[in-house]
Design a protein around this ligand. Structure first.
Ligand code: AR6
Length: 196
């Protein structure tokens, strides 16, 4: 899939990421409706589903995703925060789901920023390994895990911009926000970064 498509989502902004061939799409809506080589799941270490975007992905994707996740955990144990694994997309429009675990926010002094960056970076690495040109991310850790959205925005933008400078894939990265206010916060935070 060279160009990402999404059904029922609103494409709000398309950004060229400096010093790379990659573009970023900022969208609002439900990530389970994105048609891409991969969508990323904000999972927990048990990998067997949960609430939020994780629940939505498992509900929409069906049992195949659950079974593949269970096989991964049975073989390798729980997935540590900051790491990523890949399964098929089951019934989703996306070909793959990349499952990653973000940090639980504990005030900022427990390595949360590095773990959040690692979750995005490892997901991009897995995507590249599987030849994914288009990848969509939800706003990892900013729901149940309580990561402040303003702080997450800077970490995510820096991490993605840095990654795509040194890698040919993915060529298009979607950042999908569930609530309009989340997107507004993100755009405000990266305003400065966009100009450099
Ligand atoms: N599409 C896009 N974004 C969504 C969707 C959706 N369908 N649903 C929710 N969001 P969260 P976390 C947004 O809590 O903070 C789960 O129980 C949501 O508004 O899903 O990383 C897991 O099993 C928020 O902005 O993930 C873990 O136990 C963002 O997705 C734990 O929650 C992330 O919120 C992970 O917590």
């Amino acid at each position: 899939t060279r160009v990402m498509r999404s059904r029922g989502l609103r494409l709000l902004t398309m950004l060229m990421i400096p010093f790379s061939l990659c573009s970023a799409r900022l969208e609002r809506g439900d990530i389970t409706r994105v048609e891409a080589d991969a969508i990323v799941n904000a999972a927990n270490s048990g990998l067997l589903g949960g609430g939020g975007v994780d629940g939505a992905i498992h509900r929409a994707g069906g049992h195949a995703i659950y079974n593949e996740c269970k096989a991964i955990v049975d073989k390798h144990g729980p997935l540590p925060p900051g790491r990523a694994v890949i399964t098929s997309g089951g019934r989703l429009l996306a070909r793959h789901v990349i499952h990653t675990v973000g940090p639980v926010w504990r005030g900022g002094g427990a390595g949360e920023a590095e773990t959040l960056a690692s979750a995005y970076r490892e997901s991009l690495r897995v995507a590249e390994q599987y030849g994914c040109a288009t990848v969509a991310f939800p706003s990892i850790s900013t729901g149940a895990f309580g990561y402040p959205r303003e702080k997450a925005a800077r970490v995510v933008w820096d991490c993605i911009s840095d990654y795509v400078k040194h890698h040919a894939l993915p060529a298009e990265i979607g950042l999908v926000f569930f609530a309009p206010v989340d997107l507004a916060i993100f755009e405000k935070q990266i305003e400065g970064a966009r100009l450099v």
